[in-house]
Design a protein. Structure first.
Length: 58
């Protein structure tokens, strides 16, 4: 995904909806897009993560 696509996707969520392009830039720059096959365990109970994850079902 390119930066514009990432920003557009993030701004579909209320948390990012009202942020300006300038405010979004640092977030977009560290964002990573990942795709998982159906049935894949993405989160495991009891494991601490130091990331913020948004999930979108396509």
């Amino acid at each position: 995904m390119n930066n514009q696509s990432i920003q557009s996707l993030l701004q579909q969520f209320a948390l990012f909806k009202d942020l300006s392009d300038h405010e979004m830039m640092p977030i977009v720059n560290i964002a990573k897009s990942r795709q998982y096959q159906a049935g894949t365990h993405v989160f495991m109970q009891g494991i601490l993560w130091q990331t913020f994850t948004l999930s979108k079902k396509e």
